[in-house]
Design a protein around this ligand. Structure first.
Ligand code: ADE
Length: 425
């Protein structure tokens, strides 16, 4: 449904879903106490007053809570999807109908619509961009140079987006400050590891209802997302094989107790493959040729490029839709390969993404990073900045308080010892 009501321009599926969206957003808010505190302070202090802000995120219940915090802070916020399959249509409806936030996102939108929404977001003339994968920032640089000067800065949610920002910096095209939210400790240690670990298996299980126990599960990539996925798969009883290109990460996986093997070996024995590398063509023709018939492949990396679906299609005579988010590629060789979530982020396509409790910290970082950019408007040279350690630490402290966990503090003697160099053997 494309609508321009008197108040809110939007492109959402059905505004009638708003009540369901409200219930689900409130449910998520129960596990987002840190963001709730920031929202309360923002409502009082209005640190983003009048700032035109675009958030390109997965439109989920958790993102809705972020959007409401930004709105409470005075931002003139507009939301678009960062993935064509991740939008929760009821959430989009609620944000428009009950909170007056313009949203342009529909689950299942085609690429043309996705790109149209990116341009609609840029028509908002953002001063701050929250990006997840860097599509808005890349489009701004490539197609809207005349708007670059209006940008105070951007924040980036995910590893893939940070990789792109670094490439922009190296190419000399990053003309504004970018805060690397992904690498905040309270983001990637929890969201990438425990969030991806749980939600990826959640997506696979919701899509297939398959039993993980006893399966040979291949995890491609042992970054934080791969570590979490391998850990949780083992917890469910899978025999886990990790593939890597980085020797240190491969060693880490081996010493964490996983079998490590190249993909051409893993391909022959895997029942279920999960790509989480951030790179392209991790599973390609030579691997499909080696797979057992009925092997399942899923992706939890940001873009749908990790599994070479184009080549799989060429190898097939037919693609059958077996269940939502489950497609069987019937190969000319007589074998079948099952693809989950169309090779897109399976945790968001077939499930609800990371649970609210980890997004609480990720989005607390996002909200504080936006405030930081606005507070330091004009003071930060173009470049990539970490979330200030003080903010990262404060988010951890608040999360512990919310979880009812107390920790020790250093005694005066310990402080003195830690600051001295004279005391030794
Ligand atoms: N990325 C992964 N999970 C997410 C979620 N639940 N909401 C927004 N972005 C996400």
């Amino acid at each position: 449904m494309t609508a321009t009501t008197a108040r809110v321009d939007c492109d959402v599926k059905d505004l009638g879903l708003a009540v369901l969206g409200r219930q689900r957003i409130e449910w998520a808010s129960r596990e987002m106490p840190v963001l709730a505190q920031i929202r309360q302070r923002f409502a009082a202090e209005k640190p983003l007053q009048g700032i035109r802000l675009v958030a390109c995120c997965h439109v989920t219940t958790e993102t809705a809570n972020l959007a409401l915090a930004l709105q409470a802070g005075g931002a003139d916020a507009l939301l678009i999807a960062s993935n064509p399959l991740s939008t929760q249509d009821d959430v989009a409806a609620c944000l428009v109908a009950e909170h007056g936030i313009p949203v342009f996102a529909i689950k299942g939108e085609d690429t043309a619509t996705y790109l149209r929404h990116v341009h609609r977001a840029l028509d908002h003339r953002p001063q701050v961009i929250i990006d997840d994968g860097s599509d808005v920032v890349a489009t701004l640089i490539q197609e809207r140079q005349e708007q670059v000067a209006e940008l105070i800065g951007t924040t980036e949610e995910t590893t893939t987006g940070v990789v792109r920002l670094r490439a922009m910096l190296a190419a000399g095209v990053l003309a504004f400050p970018a805060v690397n939210v992904n690498d905040a400790d309270t983001k990637h240690f929890f969201d990438n590891r425990y969030g991806t670990g749980q939600s990826t298996l959640d997506g696979i299980i919701r899509a297939t209802n398959t039993l993980i126990a006893g399966k040979t599960l291949v995890v491609a990539g042992y970054g934080w997302c791969g570590k979490g996925t391998a850990l949780r798969a083992r917890g469910l009883g899978a025999r886990v094989i990790v593939t890597e290109i980085d020797p240190v990460r491969a060693l880490e996986a081996a010493m964490d107790g996983f079998q490590v093997a190249p993909m051409h070996e893993a391909a022959q024995v895997g029942d279920l493959f999960i790509t989480v590398t951030g790179n392209k063509h991790i599973i390609r023709r030579e691997h499909f040729e080696l797979m057992k018939s009925g092997a399942m492949v899923a992706n939890s990396g940001h873009f749908d490029i990790e599994i070479d679906l184009k080549v799989l299609e060429e190898m097939s005579h037919e693609v059958a839709h077996l269940r939502p988010f489950v497609q069987e590629y019937r190969l000319k060789s007589g074998k079948n390969v099952i693809v989950l979530g169309e090779g897109r982020l399976v945790n968001l396509a077939a499930a609800e993404g990371h649970p609210a409790s980890v997004m609480d910290m990720s989005f607390a970082n996002q909200a504080l990073a936006c405030e930081y950019l606005v507070k330091n408007k004009g003071q930060l040279a173009p470049g990539i900045y970490p979330v200030p350690a003080k903010l990262d630490g404060e988010i951890a402290r608040l999360k512990l308080v919310a979880m009812g966990i107390e920790i020790d503090t250093l005694t005066a003697t310990q402080v003195e010892y830690m600051n001295s160099w004279t005391a030794g053997t």
